[in-house]
Write a protein that binds this ligand. Sequence first.
Ligand code: C2G
Length: 152
Amino acid sequence: MKTILTYGTFDLFHIGHLRLLQRLRALGGRLVVGVSTDEFNTTKGKHTIVPFADRAEIISALSCVDLVIPETCWEQKADDIKHHQVDILGMGDDWRGKFDDLSSLCEVVYLPRTEGISSTQIRNSLRMLSAEHVRELKQALDLMSAIVERFD
Ligand code: C2G
């Protein structure tokens, strides 16, 4: 049975994340996922909506995931590979080449990302929806004010 290791923020969990984890699990029999802590995301320059504890719990609940560990820094991968006796480190191909230095410790693979979906897109949609919602509320308020003025 091969052990696969991957890492990610997994904010606003979506189908792209799920498909990657499922494809990675299919490469071996055991999948270990390093979920980035909120503190580490700050150093990554990533603002997350869902706190680490919830992101880790969601990933842990997936049938394709066997173990979740916290990812607290860039440098922990080599130790994780040794500690968990990892056979394959797998990431989405937006990371292509970035972890090839670890190929002396285990196989490193990059799988195609799922196009058309990202946590950033979801966050931006939420932001637009809230802006649109504010505009609608303001229009309703203006209409109500006009009605009140008319009957004053
Ligand atoms: N991913 C994907 N398809 C998408 C979006 C993401 O396959 N549409 C993959 C990414 O390539 C990554 C994983 O899902 O392998 C997690 O993505 P993120 O949560 O954005 O994680 P990231 O910020 O890339 O963190 O040390 C590595 C970092 O922690 C990776």
